[in-house]
Design a protein around this ligand. Sequence first.
Ligand code: HEC
Length: 160
Amino acid sequence: MLRRFTGRIAATTLVLATGLGAAVAFAADEPANIIKYRQNYMKANGGHIAMIAAMVKGEVSWNDELPGHAHALHEQSNHLLRLFPEGTGKGDTEAESAALPVIWERRSEFEQKAKDFETESAKLVEVAEGGDMAAVAQQLGALGTKGCGGCHETFREKKN
Ligand code: HEC
């Protein structure tokens, strides 16, 4: 019994060790890794938006989680720009990406869109803490249109 148990621990340790070994075999911040990280970052944004929307629509009643999601979005907005270094766009690597070259051609416009995300998510934090759901719904819409959509419209490849 004990042997089987220790055997299992040894096997788990081995899996963890090899997993870690594989992770350090790749250089940090390689373009393909950045792209993957960035897409997960964007999915996380989408997740927070969808969870807030579920509360706004009354699909779930856990409204006490609302400020947390709003804060998470605002926190995310603060480091969007570093996820878009040159050489990580569509076609720059083997990794699939919807990040269009205009991001680097019209950088200041892109930076302005990141700023809009920051501004609109800060306003969302404010109303989320206030707890007025009508105001939250309105600001969620503004964030979606200005903060997310405003950037996607020009800088992200459209899916057909
Ligand atoms: C400043 C520009 C910008 C802002 C702001 C922005 N995005 Fe994105 N988003 C992009 C770009 C560019 C891509 C494509 C990334 C890639 O494929 O490398 C993307 C991709 C995505 C994806 C697809 C990820 C995948 O699975 O590949 C989702 C979902 C997404 N964004 C959601 C959001 C949400 C929600 C917000 C607002 C809370 C937001 N984004 C704000 C530029 C932006």
